[in-house]
Design a protein around this ligand. Structure first.
Ligand SMILES: [Zn+2]
Length: 667
């Protein structure tokens, strides 16, 4: 494909993809499968990678994010982002209605909308293209999070139809329940703290420095307000319907109401119906529809007079705290769990509630036998949010947090930066042992499906397995005497363990359960360090060179391999025949760079550093880390090391940018 052909094809692809986006998100009527859609995006990506000058800011490929670290620049809002006055009561709503009538008379209309529980965002479109996305911040100025927002699938990068040349559209970014559950599951697997609720997870995600991480988190968005000059209609409702036609995600549940009574009916309906929505809502926003009347009503110092937010009451119940249990996780993290006298809450019977950590227990001063207030928000397990101290008797005592592991009796440890306590007895504490083995056999790790959690407990109880390496010493004859294991299932177990020896190296690295090394991190490590030996020998500095690896992960890797016990396990897995190095993927393309040394520094628009290095190797070149007289090229991206550039300058090493590198390959 030459440049002209690529230009025509990429323009066509963009049109086709945007059209499919529109049928998917706006018409809710997809005409092709996700797979076919992904193929189109991949094809466009390949072209843009080959001809970076063909990439545009509104290209659908921007959805996947990039590896460039964002530093959030503060931007002043053109129109301040005010917050709304809040109320929890009907009588406040009636007062609101009276205040409106005093100014506008009886001739007006309300618009009711659900209030999504997420993070507010303001998007600017110029000539139909998303230019900027800014958080609320302090209302006057917020953070420019455009790169992250571009990765949210239902926010159009380009719109269609008859839109004003420049306008702002505001709305809420949120995390649907499914994405939230998936994220927390992944974090648990990686030994990370869970997010308390979808809103916290959204806030954390929007501020991630790496937009390719944001792309994976499955955020969603609804927009609810159009601002600017030359808007198509003189009322809020019709403007939103128009914005929907341009391609914006507008909630279907917006409703016009003629009286405050209808508003209250809407609220009562949604207070129940919202429980079935796949995302969190925390109230209803009521606005005056007519734009001229909005202007007439104006603003107070803090909020508009023409709108109000009615907040749903969080569902709470009061019950007695019977006891506190302590669970020990795979990584040794201790989680306190409250046992409650069963109570009805949001349609379910609640017997347990989460307590997070010692600090939280201390802050709320939670004691055994207290009457506690339990609340159910977006989270799956309800949480204790307070204590009704009026029920306390004189002999109630402050709760003493455990100092030793409830499973193995080892003294607990707590790192400065962590809220949680840990049992350090990694290889001798039952839930840690079985938890590690469960993780090892799980589907994304070694996928040993012949084994289940119960079988692992059983094998451990019978002293047949105490660590993951013991799995590979298991014999059929050892399994047969155990209850519940028949001949056929014993055979299955041995066979699926045997089959797991073919699992590729990155799965092995994930499976051995190094804290903070999840599936993605394992993959990133293996892209760079191709064998277990290279990883074991890497020092902190070398580990930090890997994309997405920060100090905490690097230290965790070093700590893992620093343990003699872990080294033994790795050695036994190696002897058993597991894959301890990555298969060679760098198929030679040419000998163009034979005998040439390259130094890659900084970040690039269309490659990650590792991709760039792989291309160099595919063309016979060699990557070195430091500039010397024998270096042929320094490829300098954005934010590349100043000392490297100075040194290259001094040694007369050629310094090239990404485009010049592309020219070299295509020559
Ligand atoms: Zn323990």
């Amino acid at each position: 494909m030459n440049f002209t052909e690529a230009k025509i094809r990429s323009e066509n692809l963009r049109k086709i993809i945007e059209r499919h986006n529109h049928s998917y998100y706006v018409d809710a009527n997809p005409v092709i499968s996700d797979f076919e859609y992904d193929l189109l995006v991949k094809e466009l990506e390949t072209i843009e990678k080959k001809f970076p000058e063909l990439q545009t800011a509104d290209s659908p490929t921007q959805r996947t994010g990039n590896d460039i670290n964002n530093e959030f620049v503060q931007i002043k809002h053109k129109y301040p982002m005010l917050s709304l006055g809040n109320t929890y009561s009907e009588s406040d709503l009636n007062d609101f209605d009276q205040r409106i009538k005093k100014v506008t008379g009886d001739d007006f209309e309300y618009v009711c909308e659900l209030k999504f529980d997420g993070i507010s965002i303001s998007l600017t479109y110029i000539n139909g293209i998303l230019q900027q996305a800014v958080t609320r911040g302090d209302g006057e100025k917020g953070d420019d999070v455009t790169a992250n927002i571009r990765t949210i699938r239902n926010i159009p990068l380009k719109i269609y139809g008859d839109y004003p040349a420049e306008f702002e559209i505001r709305g809420e970014i949120f995390m649907p329940h499914l994405s939230f559950a998936r994220l927390n599951k992944e974090r648990t697997e990686e030994g990370e703290m869970q997010f308390a609720n979808p809103r916290n997870a959204t806030a954390g995600t929007i501020k991630l420095q790496n937009s390719s991480q944001v792309a994976k988190r499955g955020l969603d968005c609804f927009l609810y307000s159009l601002l600017g000059e030359n808007l198509p209609h003189a009322n809020h409702y019709d403007n939103l319907q128009e914005a929907k036609k341009w391609g914006f995600p507008i909630s279907q549940n917006i409703q016009k109401c003629q009286t405050i009574k209808q508003v209250i009916d809407y609220i009562n309906y949604w207070d129940e119906a919202r429980k079935k929505l796949p995302y969190d809502t925390d109230g209803v926003v009521i606005k005056i529809n007519n734009t001229a009347q909005q202007e007439e009503l104006g603003f107070t110092a803090k909020s508009p007079r023409w709108a109000i937010a009615y907040k749903f009451k969080a569902e709470q119940a009061i019950t007695k705290l019977l006891s506190i249990d302590f669970q020990v996780g795979r990584t040794g993290a201790i989680t306190p769990v409250a046992n409650l006298q069963p109570v009805q809450l949001a349609g379910t019977t609640v017997k347990r509630a989460s307590l997070h950590n010692q600090e939280q227990i201390n802050i709320l001063d939670i004691r055994i036998d207290d009457m506690v207030i339990v609340e159910k928000g977006g989270e799956i397990i309800p949480k204790i949010v307070g204590v009704d101290k009026s029920h306390r008797t004189g002999n109630s005592k402050e709760f003493e947090y455990i100092t030793h592991c409830p499973e193995c009796g080892t003294k607990l440890e707590r790192e400065e930066s962590e809220a949680k306590h840990f049992c350090p007895n990694e290889n001798g504490c039952r839930p840690q042992i079985t938890g590690k083995i469960e993780h090892f056999i799980s589907r994304k790790a070694m996928a040993i499906d012949g084994l289940g959690i119960e079988t692992i407990e059983l094998l451990h109880k019978n002293n047949l397995i105490n660590n993951v390496a013991d799995l590979y010493d298991l014999k059929k004859e050892q399994l047969l005497p155990l209850e519940r294991i028949a001949d056929k299932s014993a055979e299955n177990i041995i066979k699926s363990i045997e089959d797991s020896k073919n699992a590729e190296f990155q799965r092995v690295l994930f499976a051995i359960g190094i804290r903070f090394v999840g599936e993605t991190t394992a993959k990133k490590i293996v892209e760079k360090l191709r064998s277990i030996d290279e990883i074991m020998m890497a020092n902190q500095e070398e580990l930090l060179q890997i994309d997405e690896i920060g100090e905490r992960i690097a230290q965790s890797i070093i700590k893992y391999f620093g343990s003699q016990k872990n080294q033994e396990i790795v050695q036994r897995l190696r002897n058993a025949g597991l894959q301890m190095e990555a298969k060679k993927t760098t198929d030679k393309i040419s000998d163009k760079f034979k005998g040439l040394n390259f130094v890659v520094s900084g970040t690039f628009a269309s490659y990650s550093r590792d991709e760039l290095k792989q291309i160099i190797e595919q063309h016979g070149g060699k990557n070195v880390s430091a500039v010397s007289a024998s270096t042929a090229y320094l490829i300098a991206g954005e934010k590349s090391g100043q000392t490297k550039i100075e040194k290259a300058d001094k040694l007369k090493v050629k310094i090239i940018d990404e485009n010049q590198f592309n020219e070299l390959i295509n020559k």
